[in-house]
Design a protein around this ligand. Structure first.
Ligand SMILES: CCCCCCCCCCCCCCCC(=O)SCCNC(=O)CCNC(=O)[C@H](O)C(C)(C)COP(=O)(O)OP(=O)(O)OC[C@H]1O[C@@H](n2cnc3c(N)ncnc32)[C@H](O)[C@@H]1OP(=O)(O)O
Length: 137
């Protein structure tokens, strides 16, 4: 199956952002670091919601840069919690570029980020049960 025929993840993207000229590298493509940063932002939100509080990125695995992102593309990032451990969560991420001129989406990157739920002192804390009531203060 070609990249273009691949199925995008279901539902709304967690994050959508325009790729701007300031983020271009010397090849004229968007910096991989910028894309990585958008992926961290999107998956951090998802992990923070699941952990009901602060989280820290502890690992980035299976990072694949599949295709370049170009200026003017809209980067759409889907992120979902794939596994919950005691204090950690694995979040799978797919980033797709919407190529305005051609009106198509193409998958540009994918990865698995691991987050750890942390307390106010930055120490690991257990990930609460999904149905646990959120802190009110
Ligand atoms: C009110 C609600 C609002 C909610 C809505 C919030 C929305 C708002 C979202 C904002 C989201 C921002 C997201 C920014 C995310 C950064 O940018 S954080 C900045 C970059 N990261 C850092 O600086 C972290 C630096 N590292 C550390 O501080 C420490 O390593 C950590 C993370 C506290 C972990 O401490 P540690 O002593 O290494 O922990 P340890 O007990 O050994 O391991 C903890 C868990 O991690 C796992 N682990 C450790 N290393 C690895 C590894 N290399 N690979 C895989 N797993 C590992 C362990 O297996 C263990 O898992 P469990 O078995 O408990 O499930």
């Amino acid at each position: 199956m070609s990249q273009q025929e691949e199925k995008r993840p279901d539902g709304e993207a967690t994050l959508r952002v325009s790729a701007m000229p300031r983020d271009v590298n010397i090849n004229g493509d968007i910096f991989g670091g910028w894309v990585l940063s958008q992926m961290d932002s999107a998956s951090g939100i998802v992990a923070g919601q699941r952990a009901k509080g602060r989280v820290a990125t502890v690992a980035v695995d299976a990072m694949k840069f599949i295709r370049p992102v170009k200026v003017g593309n809209i980067l759409c990032v889907w992120a979902w919690v794939e596994r919950v451990g005691r204090t950690s969560m694995a979040v799978r991420i797919e980033a797709w570029a919407f190529r305005n001129r051609r009106g198509v989406y193409e998958k540009v990157t994918e990865a698995v980020f691991t987050y750890v739920a942390i307390d106010e002192d930055g120490k690991p804390r257990p990930v609460p049960a999904e149905d646990e009531v959120w802190p009110t203060e």
